[in-house]
Design a protein around this ligand. Structure first.
Ligand code: NAP
Length: 280
């Protein structure tokens, strides 16, 4: 049996064991999946241990995603560009690092009817998730991606590190958000504002009023299912989606990497969704 897990600190909140176990069962794979508490600074020690003890792979959440970039033996193009690894496959003692967050986001976006092709996209936030999102948007033909962040220099660093033309950084002031919202057909929230467990909320959501009527609003947050941002966007009649499908689809793609074959993706995503019912 292939042993798999998610590593992180904290890791108790991770939904990966629930999602992966449901999908493994549905696909009839000979695998087990659990959560392992690994603290910052122990990423290298964990990887060596996992190789030695015959683990088949693992997913990584905070604070390991960036550290793994330098530790794995081979890195996929996506993981290299994004600068973060969320999936590691171990084969014949070698560790292969991947990032499925960008692909998961894109699948969820398209399922919500928000194709980024030739669109101008306003991305709020410039943390780890934003990097995968901006990369995926540019790779899938977005015309322009404007990254608005409280700390402008984080947005600037994100745009330059990706090394793909089409992204630009700006601040988070009301005027700036008004200006770019008016020119965008899609808005993606990658900040943690409004997430369950944080006190921080958007102080002002009036920038949503500036979006064109046909615009889509995608919030990476899935708990709560409807943030204040999504509620306001819905009231305005805009197309909206939360981050649940992104969470599920990054997991589907990770399982395909662990299994080293294509699986029935739609059936597995449905199983994962069912397993999460009532948990968020
Ligand atoms: P992160 O690296 O910590 O980045 C957080 C971002 O939020 C930064 O841009 C930060 O701005 C901004 N921010 C935090 N507090 C703020 C405030 N009070 N006002 C304005 N901006 C603020 O986090 P992450 O890993 O990118 O995750 C971001 C969100 O995406 C989280 O809610 C997470 O749950 C969600 N997420 C969802 C999925 C999914 O599968 N659906 C996957 C990954 C992440 P500064 O740079 O100025 O600090």
């Amino acid at each position: 049996m292939k042993r798999l897990c998610v590593i992180g600190d904290p890791v108790e909140h991770s939904k990966s064991p629930v999602i992966q176990t449901a999908m493994i069962r549905a696909a009839g794979l000979d695998m087990s999946y659990d959560a392992q508490w690994v603290t910052a600074g122990y990423t290298k020690a964990w990887l060596e241990y996992a190789k030695r003890e015959g683990w088949a792979g693992f997913n990584a959440t905070m604070p390991h995603k960036q550290a793994l970039v330098k530790l794995v033996d081979e890195l996929s193009d996506d993981a290299s560009r994004i600068g973060a690894v969320n999936t590691v496959c171990i084969r014949d003692g070698k560790a292969y690092g991947h990032n499925t967050d960008g692909a998961g986001f894109l699948r969820a976006l398209r399922l919500a009817g928000m194709d980024p092709q030739d669109r101008c996209v306003l991305v709020l936030g410039a943390g780890g998730a934003a990097k995968a999102v901006v990369y995926a948007l540019l790779r899938s033909g977005a015309r322009k991606v404007v990254v608005a962040n409280r700390t402008v220099k984080h947005a600037g660093a994100l745009c330059s590190q990706l090394g793909i033309p089409g992204a630009m950084a700006c601040g988070f002031s009301r005027e700036t958000l008004y200006r770019w919202a008016a020119q965008s057909q899609l808005l993606v929230n990658c900040t943690s504002l409004g997430m369950t467990g944080t006190d921080s909320q958007f102080e002002d959501l009036s920038f949503l009023d500036r979006l064109p009527r046909e615009a889509g609003v995608f919030d990476l947050i899935y708990s709560p299912a409807r943030t204040a941002l999504l509620e306001r966007a819905e009231q305005l009649g805009l197309n909206t989606a939360n981050g649940l499908d992104m969470l599920i689809w990054q997991g589907v793609y990770a399982l395909e990497l662990f299994a080293d074959k294509r699986l029935d993706e739609t059936a597995l995503a449905a199983e994962a969704c069912k397993a999460l019912e009532g948990m968020l």
